[in-house]
Ligand binder design. Structure first.
Ligand SMILES: O=C[C@H](O)[C@H](O)COP(=O)(O)O
Ligand SMILES: C=C(OP(=O)(O)O)C(=O)O
Length: 343
């Protein structure tokens, strides 16, 4: 008989199971304390019970282990100085959603050369995450593939669903079972309606197809995630961080009877992908806070050890410069975080 399926499949290669990876690279009690303490603080910040702001800060993507750990260690020093005012969570992004095609992150292609050694990607990503926790810094990431949570979510304190997937039922139901607060970005066209629907959907219980820790296909039954919230990232029509945009987001939340605070992304379409504009967005948020705004509870900043970005395939890659969106450099990061802490 002629085959009717797998027509476009080249190979299905077995991967390490989540249990094998977790046994190979287990979380220690000290690391778990970092994860859990930050989750608790984040839940309180998002629910307006903790008056600190959250700063989700770090590179657009991680492509080098040593640089990521060095960055986390630097952040830890700022966290110590600002701990009464700010909760700092590091962007440790290993999966990148692409507008069309491109490098999909260290988890997929750890050698950054199209070899897609995903087994190595899983191992390296988890190893880097554990080292970031060793620096005492909690982790924020985007969860893109619904298979991935079983491998890594024990290490994560906050997650994002990106602009390109906030409308997806698969992602909304996945979030309903995640153990940490999750922000939904507005869609790339700037619509807040889809993320408002996502916030609501993920707060409900769901039944769906998943995998368990042994990689076995499973029927997942979830409770619903009470800590979902907006992330305003701007859209193709322009930014959405100014007073009138925040007021619109607040009105949507009121209409849906959702009490969670709002996180503003200073990067992406809010900075028109120009890292030099992130400080302008942050200044505006600081002004709004000083004028009495209560709904904004956090900011996201794309920052790395060195400013700017570089293209994969353009020669030898620098370890300290982003290989995806451009980032502000370390000096500016420190200044912006200190400024935010003064609010
Ligand atoms: O944050 C990173 C990028 O904005 C996102 O992954 C999309 O990137 P692309 O438009 O370069 O594919
Ligand atoms: C891809 C990202 O953002 P967005 O979904 O807003 O484009 C990101 O934060 O890395």
């Amino acid at each position: 008989m002629r085959a009717t399926d797998n027509v476009n499949i080249v190979a299905l290669r077995e991967l390490t199971t989540p249990r094998e990876l977790r046994e190979d690279l287990p979380i220690t009690q000290k690391q778990a304390d970092v994860v859990l303490n930050a989750r608790k603080s984040l839940k309180n910040i998002i629910s307006h019970l903790d008056k600190r702001m959250v700063a989700i800060v770090g590179p657009c993507s991680i492509h080098n282990e040593d640089s990521a750990v060095e960055y986390a260690e630097k952040l830890a020093k700022i966290q110590e100085k600002t701990k009464d005012k700010l909760l700092i969570v590091m962007r440790a992004y290993f999966e990148k959603p692409r507008t069309t095609i491109g490098w999909k992150g260290l988890l997929y292609d750890p050698e950054l050369n199209g070899s897609y050694n995903m087994k190595k990607g899983l191992h390296l990503s988890r190893k880097i995450m554990l080292s970031i926790l060793d620096a005492g810094i909690p982790i924020a990431t985007e969860i893109l593939d619904p298979i991935v949570p079983q491998y890594l979510t024990d290490l994560i304190s906050w997650s994002a669903i990106g602009a390109r997937t906030s409308e997806s039922q698969i992602h909304r139901q996945m979030v309903s079972g995640l153990s940490m607060p999750v922000g939904f970005k507005n869609s790339t066209d700037g619509s807040l309606y889809t993320s408002a629907q996502a916030i609501k959907t993920a707060r409900n219980p769901h039944f769906f197809f998943g995998i368990n820790i042994d990689g076995q296909v499973a029927l997942a039954e979830t409770k619903g995630n009470a800590y979902t919230h907006f992330i305003l990232r701007g859209g193709c029509l322009g930014p959405n961080y100014e007073v009138e945009h925040i007021a619109f987001a607040e009105a949507l939340l009121r209409k849906e009877k959702i009490g969670s605070g709002i996180v503003v992304d200073c990067s992406h379409a809010n900075s028109r992908k120009d890292y030099k504009k992130q400080s302008k967005v942050l200044d505006n948020i600081i002004e709004q806070k000083l004028s009495g705004n209560k709904s904004i509870v956090g900011v996201m900043i794309e920052s790395f050890l060195e400013q700017g970005s570089q293209k994969i395939g353009s020669g030898r890659l620098k370890p300290n410069v982003s290989v995806t969106d451009s980032c502000i450099g370390w000096e500016e990061t420190e200044q912006l975080l200190m400024k935010l802490a003064e609010v």
